[in-house]
Design a protein around this ligand. Structure first.
Ligand code: PLP
Length: 649
């Protein structure tokens, strides 16, 4: 393969630096052209992601672009079911696995359809957390075998709809999350004359870990306390609905990084299952909720962006713990339900963004200008710059900071002119760069100096919105793997941080995955205006698609759904393409009508033409450009680049 022309950079170094083998589950590799490839079915059929972008661009769908690998959804549903089936077989467990997909994790039609299709052989069901989700789930699940679980806050309409599902013969289970739901369920059951299937969500003592740990414990928003469980059981018995109570459920939060709290929660919930069974309720299902993680940073640790267990270990531990508790209580083991969302959908979606500009944060002039009189503070900074041999990095950094603050005060008080301040700032950044360089080969680097990497990094401006496409990074600092999808045979030499195109200083990615802790900057290739430079943001298929908001009115990005196809030259085909929002679609959401805006613009243009501020021809052109822009996409339009001429033959 063609490796870098100038350095000892190799494809293996790119694999190592970007952690591909750690977060990529052996499904990502680098082609001989230095492009990132993905093997969605783990069968050796690789898809070149740069080629996918090229093909999408050719049909007018430029980045920002979501690539959905539909085969990967299929594979993940299969893997999850297989993991449980294997654990059940190995443990000689007497119950079955009855998984459901919680559609709140990604409600997009094509995603849900693909999951249901892949789940058919396993009777894989759905979980709904709201009325709109239940409306989707009822229509999409057209079989009487899979479970349809109803969670979340419920009003009468929600409960009535779920009960009518029972009349259709569906396995709809109303999971009681609040005590107040019980009476409404009992009343409507009587009124509609249906046999309900009921579940109870427990408020466990065992809590999860990580960013979503507050989903369980005493202060959790959902679930019944032990007293409420007892009172619900009494009410159901009194209403003659003992047989209706079939499921016990808990959810200790999403992305649980540590297997220990999962084991504890499973054990505690199974104890509830056994005790409630002993009260005479013929329970059938134990629902262990979501929480199965994704190893975003590939460190296999209990760090919040990682997980210290695999899908197989998770299934084994769930099955084993339920079995042991049931055995010691002499209660028949339940069918096991899990509501794993993230683990199924996160890997299938990749966001591609194009770097459109660079902002060098700290432009330094290497030689200070000659001056007759220098302020003492600037002379001090020069001294700090040249005293590398004498003082340590941390001491020089603190001295430089002190001087910088002094200089800012002097400037504010009128004792320093603009040029002197510029010179001082330039010296300050030179000192920081110098300290950063001297830290390169050191083992331990104090936190303040480690942060210099992020501070000194160049900002690469990427055509996307963090608020639309990566909301969990903004809200919760969740990490995602990010790397270029091409030029991987070239050494990345520029330390960068990524910023989006929203006009919000929070619209940035300031932390990146690392094996230990986080990186504050990411090495990328030199930005060239003459050719596109694409970055991929990986594992974004869970929650991000749906959480996105309309900040700055950018809205949804272009999207292609890709399938493996061995008969195609590139090994893939784009089955469906969905155009991102146009400006007038987005404006419609906030009650602006394109025609009305154009009419208002025309009035202003006519007036300006009458007042001779604008020539008639200019007015016509302005109005036409305005209406064209209303129809156009919201994100930046990529620059037209000169096409490479074909060599003369
Ligand atoms: N079930 C319930 C009740 C949830 O609240 C959630 C999400 O937090 C899930 C399932 C899905 O969790 P995960 O995506 O971690 O599998």
């Amino acid at each position: 393969m063609k490796e870098s022309k100038h350095t000892t950079w190799t494809k293996a170094k790119a694999v190592e630096y970007y952690g591909i083998n750690r977060w990529g589950r052996s499904q990502f590799s680098i082609s001989k052209d230095g492009h990132l490839c993905v093997d969605p079915l783990s069968d050796g059929q690789r898809i070149d992601l740069f080629e996918v972008v090229r093909e999408a661009t050719a049909i007018g769908l430029q980045p920002p672009l979501t690539i959905r690998l539909q085969d990967m959804l299929h594979q993940r549903v299969f893997q999850l079911n297989q993991a449980f089936e294997k654990a059940i077989e190995d443990e000689r467990y007497k119950g079955r696995y009855r998984g459901v997909f919680p559609i709140k994790v990604n409600q997009l039609k094509e995603v849900v359809e693909e999951i249901l299709d892949a789940g058919k052989p396993f009777q894989f069901g759905l979980e709904a957390g709201s009325k709109p989700e239940l409306l989707i789930a009822m229509a999409m699940l057209d079989s009487n075998e899979p479970l349809l679980l109803c969670n979340g806050y419920k009003d009468e309409e929600y409960i009535r709809l779920a009960l009518m599902g029972r009349r259709l013969g569906r396995q709809v289970i109303l999971v009681i999350e609040q005590l107040s739901e019980v009476d409404t369920i009992l009343r409507l059951t009587k009124k509609l004359n249906v046999e309900p299937m009921i579940g109870i969500r427990l408020k466990l003592n065992s809590q999860g870990e990580g960013k979503w740990a507050t989903s369980a414990g005493d202060n959790a928003k959902f679930g019944l306390s032990t007293m409420e469980v007892v009172s619900t059981c009494k009410k159901l018995k009194k209403a003659g609905l003992t047989d209706a109570l079939q499921l016990i459920h808990f959810h200790i939060g999403s992305q649980v990084p540590n297997i220990l709290p999962i084991k504890q929660a499973v054990t505690e919930a199974t104890r509830f299952y056994c005790e409630i069974s002993k009260l005479g309720f013929p329970l059938k299902y134990l629902d262990v909720g979501g929480g199965l993680g994704i190893d975003y940073d590939g460190s296999k640790s209990n760090f919040e962006s990682s997980m210290n267990y695999s899908m197989e270990v998770y299934a084994r531990d769930v099955v084993f713990n339920i079995k042991s508790v049931c055995e010691s209580a002499s209660i028949p083991p339940p069918d096991i339900v899990s509501e794993s969302g993230r683990a199924i959908v996160a890997p299938h979606s990749i966001l591609i963004t194009e770097v459109v500009d660079r902002i060098a944060k700290v432009e330094t002039s290497p030689k200070p200008p000659r001056r007759k009189h220098r302020h003492q503070s600037i002379t001090d900074l020069l001294y700090i710059l040249n005293s590398k041999e004498r003082y340590g990095g941390l001491e020089r950094f603190h001295d430089a900071q002190q001087k910088k603050e002094e200089i800012q005060s002097l400037f504010s008080l009128g004792f320093l002119d603009l040029e002197s301040r510029a010179e001082a700032e330039s010296l300050y950044w030179q000192i920081c760069k110098d300290i950063q360089q001297s830290c390169l080969n050191q083992g331990y680097i104090p936190e303040e100096l480690a942060e210099l990497n992020g501070l000194l990094a160049e900002q690469y401006v990427c055509n996307f919105s963090v608020f639309q496409s990566l909301l969990d990074h903004w809200a919760l600092k969740q990490l995602f793997p990010i790397m270029p999808i091409h030029r991987l045979d070239e050494e990345p030499t520029v330390a960068t941080t990524l910023v989006d195109i929203t006009c919000d200083s929070d619209g940035k990615i300031s932390e990146y995955i690392d094996l230990e802790d986080v990186r504050h900057s990411l090495l990328l290739h030199e930005f060239k205006r003459s050719a596109p430079y694409y970055l991929g943001i990986f594992l974004v298929g869970a929650y991000q698609d749906i959480l996105g908001d309309l900040h700055n009115l950018f809205g949804r990005v272009n999207e292609v759904h890709v399938y493996v196809d061995r008969d195609e030259e590139n090994g893939f085909y784009i089955e469906e393409s969905i155009s991102g929002f146009s400006t007038d679609e987005v404006l419609n959401f906030i009650q602006y009508k394109g025609t009305e805006l154009s009419r208002r613009m025309k009035q202003q243009i006519d007036q300006a033409t009458k007042n001779n501020q604008l020539r008639a021809r200019e007015g016509v052109r302005l109005l036409s450009e305005y209406t064209e822009l209303l129809k156009a996409k919201t994100y930046l339009t990529p620059k037209a680049r000169p096409r490479k001429r074909k060599p003369a033959t």
